[in-house]
Ligand binder design. Sequence first.
Ligand SMILES: CC(C)(COP(=O)(O)OP(=O)(O)OC[C@H]1O[C@@H](n2cnc3c(N)ncnc32)[C@H](O)[C@@H]1OP(=O)(O)O)[C@@H](O)C(=O)NCCC(=O)NCCS
Length: 147
Amino acid sequence: MSESTLVLRPAKDDEAEAVLRFWKDAAENTDRHDTPEGIRRLIARDPEALMIAELDGRMVGTLIAGWDGWRCHLYRLAVDPTLRRQGVARALLAAAEQRFTALGGTRADAMVIHENALGHQAWTALGYHLQTQSGRWVKPLPGYPTG
Ligand SMILES: CC(C)(COP(=O)(O)OP(=O)(O)OC[C@H]1O[C@@H](n2cnc3c(N)ncnc32)[C@H](O)[C@@H]1OP(=O)(O)O)[C@@H](O)C(=O)NCCC(=O)NCCS
């Protein structure tokens, strides 16, 4: 990666399928219910939220930096398996945190699967810690996929 410059940019709505393909390879624990429509909906609602890291025109990393006007939520941090440990995640997170700060956010959070030891190492190294005093409470709404 030394000769190339990492470019960070928002995803375009015609990239939904490419993003899904990328997650199949790079995001080992991706939700199997992700759909192109869901990605396009995200981009339509917040065109800056889905960030792509690109190297020589190739997608090498993603991060969703979701701002709902109240809190800052991070999802789908994923880096091409052949380009890991070269600072791509660090760069994506730095950009996401800058975005949150500019929007008025003061704390970012990420959903991290308990068994994802690699993820824990990376999030810890990037300054995040597990909040033990609360957990996620969920309820499927109409339309939630059951398969
Ligand atoms: C987790 C992941 C996004 C990290 O991406 P990355 O670009 O390799 O991370 P970076 O190079 O920016 O590393 C940042 C820091 O995280 C830590 N880290 C990253 N990968 C690590 C590993 N395999 N072992 C130990 N520490 C690691 C290091 O401290 C690293 O800093 P350093 O290289 O200066 O020591 C990548 O491994 C990945 O896509 N994993 C699969 C998807 C996933 O689990 N995502 C998290 C979902 S919550």
